[in-house]
Design a binder for this molecule. Structure first.
Ligand code: CA
Length: 408
């Protein structure tokens, strides 16, 4: 299991913070709460000791430790509206980020080449992750990993065992001299350094590439690159086999075949009429891939290879992985997607999904419950409804679909 928790990254990572617009809840830390915090932190000693932290390190680090109010604010944030994937990608793969990526490739090209060869991971993907995580090191977060993890372990309300582990691991990293504790910059969710590793992921995957004996992902770019490459390699990266292909779907396509991320060989997809948008043949027709169209049949469609899921091990969100893959391609000279996004549409909020599910169910297209989330049963109901209404049965829940549904 990957210690860099995908749940954490979804709850707190830069990627989700960027794709959701949240309603923040301010949390005030009163004096009584601060005492409770100190007591709680003191109670983490046995966990720290088990992680190899000395009493001296623990005492020095916790003596004046206070909760991180901003971390609490982010932890309490509720995602209310989902930003459309094209808006997310506009920022994630902006022209500026592509051009900075190209500059960085020139600047760090020889290091990246060595790292790519050593770990058998495509260097432009490492570069793209760096670009996505911290805008190439320009923003590593202004929190401290020890403080952020302690705050979440004692006041986060959920998953305190997980955060206690992160807290103890962060103390151990500082104790071992890889970076001074006060330089342990992180996001509010304790994702650290240039490529945003949480402490237990750092322990499992961080690498010392520049050979100074420290795995310093905060101050050594080669260490940060090698750590990311190592992570991808251990997650099963297939070297020089890309993450996926943009494809065109024929108009008579059976869209139920795109459901559930069912894998087929590229050869099999071809026999169903699917082609690359650039007209080129598949380099390896026997590769297994699943069809994914993030915005329904009216937007770009992709056949995703194993590397797409490997990127998701870094951050378990399709939008993030598509951003990384696309940014990597753009950096090495690839163009924008051939198909355009349906920018007049937007994904539904949970309340809207519930409304859509009620209407569909009432009209004899059961969605398997009214739960506000779009799963296989809901997509099937949408497809059946679309078929009956003479629309493209792609099962995509857009605001357009809901407003048609309300009118009909
Ligand atoms: Ca080093």
């Amino acid at each position: 299991m990957f210690a860099r928790s995908t749940i954490l990254r979804l709850a707190g990572g830069a990627a989700l913070a960027a794709i959701t617009l949240g309603a923040g809840t301010l949390t005030n830390v009163r004096p009584a709460a601060a005492d409770a915090f100190s007591n709680c932190v003191a109670g983490k000693w046995s966990a720290a000791r088990s992680a190899g932290v000395s009493r001296a390190t623990f005492d020095a680090a916790t003596r004046n430790l206070r909760p991180d109010k901003t971390t609490l604010k982010f932890a309490n944030k509720q995602a209310e509206f989902v930003k459309p994937i094209w808006e997310y990608l506009d920022t994630a793969v902006s022209d500026k980020r592509v051009s900075t990526g190209r500059q960085m490739l020139r600047k760090h090209g020889s290091t990246l080449k060595q790292i790519g060869a050593r770990y058998q991971v495509d260097p432009e993907v490492v570069l793209a992750i760096w670009g996505m995580e911290t805008s190439y090191g320009s923003y590593m977060g202004d929190h401290n990993a020890v403080q952020a993890a302690a705050t979440l372990a004692c006041m986060g309300g959920r998953r305190n065992t997980f955060w206690t582990k992160q807290f103890a691991a962060a103390l151990k990293i500082a104790q071992d001299g890889h970076v001074p504790l006060n330089k342990m910059n992180s996001s509010w969710g304790a994702a650290m350094g240039h490529t945003q590793f949480i402490p237990t992921s750092w322990q499992a995957y961080a690498a010392d590439f520049d050979g100074d004996g420290k795995r310093d992902i905060w101050r050594s770019i080669p260490d940060a690159f090698a750590s990311t490459a190592n992570y991808l390699k251990k997650a099963g990266w297939n070297y020089q086999q890309t993450w996926g292909y943009e494809v065109a779907i024929p108009s008579n396509f059976d869209h139920s075949k795109a459901d559930g991320k069912k894998k087929r060989s590229l050869r099999e997809w071809s026999s169903l009429g699917i082609k690359r948008t650039n007209g080129r043949p598949w380099p390896r027709p026997s590769d297994q891939a699943y069809l994914y169209y993030p915005a329904g049949a009216k937007g770009p469609a992709f056949l995703m290879l194993k590397n797409f899921d490997v990127i998701k091990r870094y951050n378990n969100a399709d939008a993030y992985a598509l951003g990384v893959g696309h940014l990597a391609d753009r950096i090495v000279g690839g163009g924008d997607f051939s198909q355009s996004w349906p920018r007049n549409e937007r994904p539904l909020s949970r309340a809207e999904v519930r409304e859509m599910q009620s209407i569909l169910t009432r009209r004899g297209f059961p969605t398997g419950g009214i739960d506000g989330s779009v799963g296989p049963n809901t997509r099937k109901a949408i497809r059946n409804y679309q078929k009956k209404a003479g629309a493209i049965p792609d099962g995509f829940a857009s605001n357009q679909f809901l407003s048609d549904l309300r009118r009909q």
